[in-house]
Design a protein around this ligand. Structure first.
Ligand code: GRG
Length: 299
C-alpha cells in the first residue's frame, strides 16, 4: 500500500494549500479502493467510479481542515476524510436508485445503477460502508478508544435516527404539508448529521477540549442547514452534474417561505457558523475561508 499522504510530507500539510490537500485525498481514496489484486469485478469498479467521480469533497475537507487548524497534522486525517467520503458517496448511490430519487446523472456521470445495474449499485453501497468502517477501525496512530468512538459517531450519523431517517422523511413526508421546523429537522438529519460526525472526528483526532468540540458541533449543524437552504435556492456551488428540478413538488423551505425569507435564514445560519468558528480559530482560518467558498453569493 502507498504512503498515507502520497506526494506530500504530512508536516508540510500545516502549510499546504487546499488544492494540495484535496489532491492528497483523491490519491488516498484511489489507494484505499484499489488495495487488492482482485478488485476488477463490477462492484469494485462501481465503488471506485462513484467515489472518484468529481465530488466537492466537502465533508473530508471540513474534517481535515478542522483538525489541522487545531494542531493535528497526523497522516491518519486522510484516512478519516476518505472514510467519510465513502459513506457520503454510498448515500448518494442509494439516493439515486429508482425506488428513491430515480436519478440518471450524478457528479457529471450516469448514476451507478444506470451504469452497472441496481444489484451492483446496492452491493457497492454495502461494500463502501463496510470499507469506510474498516478504514476507521484500522486507522493508524489513534488510540483504540478514539477509533471506537469514531466508529460509533459514524454509525449514529448514518443510522435510523440520522441520514436514514432524514432520507425516509424526505421520501415519505416531503410531498405533504409540513412545518418549517419539520423541514429543518429533516435537513439536519440528511446533511447536518454527516457534517457533525466529520467535525467531531476532527475534534477527537486533535484531542480538542469540550468547548472546542461543542463549538465545532454548532458550526457543523449551522453549516448543514445553510447548505440545504442554499441548495433549495439553487444558489450555492451549483452541482451541474445531477438531475435538475428534483424538488419542484416538495415541501422545501423556498416553497414554504419564499426565496427572500430563505435568504435571510441562510445568512442567519452562516453567521451562527462563523461565530462559533471564530471562538475556536479566531477570525481568520483556512476552515473559515473554505466554508465561505461554499456560499459564493452569501458573503
Ligand atoms: C447509505 C450512508 C447511507 C445512508 C442511507 C440514502 C440515504 C440513507 C441518505 C441520503 C441522504 C441524502 C441524499 C442527503 C443529501 C446530502 C447532500 C447535501 C448531497 C449533496 O452533497 P454534495 O453537494 O455532493 O457535497 P458532492 O457530489 O459534491 O459530494
Amino acid at each position: 500500500m502507498g504512503s498515507p499522504f502520497t506526494g506530500l510530507a504530512f508536516d508540510s500539510v500545516e502549510f499546504a494549500s487546499l488544492a494540495t490537500i484535496r489532491q492528497a485525498l483523491e490519491t488516498r481514496l484511489e489507494e484505499l479502493l484499489s488495495d487488492t489484486n482482485e478488485n476488477d469485478d463490477p462492484v469494485s469498479q462501481a465503488m471506485r467510479s462513484s467515489v472518484l467521480a468529481p465530488g466537492k469533497r466537502i465533508r473530508p475537507l471540513l474534517l481535515m481542515l478542522a483538525a489541522r487548524d487545531l494542531g493535528c497534522t497526523a497522516p491518519v486525517l486522510l484516512d478519516l476524510g476518505a472514510s467519510v467520503e465513502m459513506i457520503h458517496t454510498a448515500s448518494l448511490i442509494l439516493d439515486d436508485l429508482p425506488c428513491m430519487d430515480n436519478a440518471s446523472m450524478r457528479r457529471g456521470r450516469l448514476t451507478v445503477h444506470r451504469q452497472y445495474g441496481e444489484d451492483v449499485a446496492m452491493l457497492a453501497v454495502v461494500a463502501l460502508l463496510s470499507r469506510a468502517f474498516g478504514v476507521v477501525s484500522e486507522a493508524a496512530g489513534l488510540s483504540s478508544e478514539r477509533r471506537a468512538l469514531m466508529v460509533s459517531l459514524l454509525s449514529q450519523a448514518i443510522g435510523a435516527q440520522g441520514l436514514v431517517r432524514g432520507q425516509y422523511e424526505d421520501l415519505h413526508e416531503a410531498h405533504r404539508p409540513r412545518s418549517v421546523t419539520d423541514v429543518m429537522t429533516t435537513n439536519s438529519r440528511k446533511t447536518g448529521a454527516l457534517f457533525q460526525a466529520s467535525m467531531r472526528m476532527a475534534a477527537l483526532a486533535a484531542g480538542a477540549d469540550r468547548a472546542a468540540t461543542d463549538a465545532l458541533d454548532r458550526v457543523a449543524l449551522a453549516l448543514g442547514q445553510a447548505y440545504q437552504l442554499c441548495d433549495d435556492l439553487s444558489d450555492c456551488s451549483p452541482d451541474h452534474g445531477k438531475d435538475a428540478d428534483q424538488d419542484r413538488d416538495k415541501a422545501t423551505l423556498v416553497n414554504l417561505l419564499g426565496a427572500e425569507e430563505v435568504r435571510r435564514l441562510l445568512n442567519e445560519q452562516l453567521e451562527e457558523a462563523d461565530r462559533h468558528l471564530t471562538i475556536v480559530y479566531g477570525p481568520r482560518s483556512a476552515l473559515g475561508n473554505f466554508m465561505r467558498s461554499l456560499f459564493p453569493h452569501s458573503w
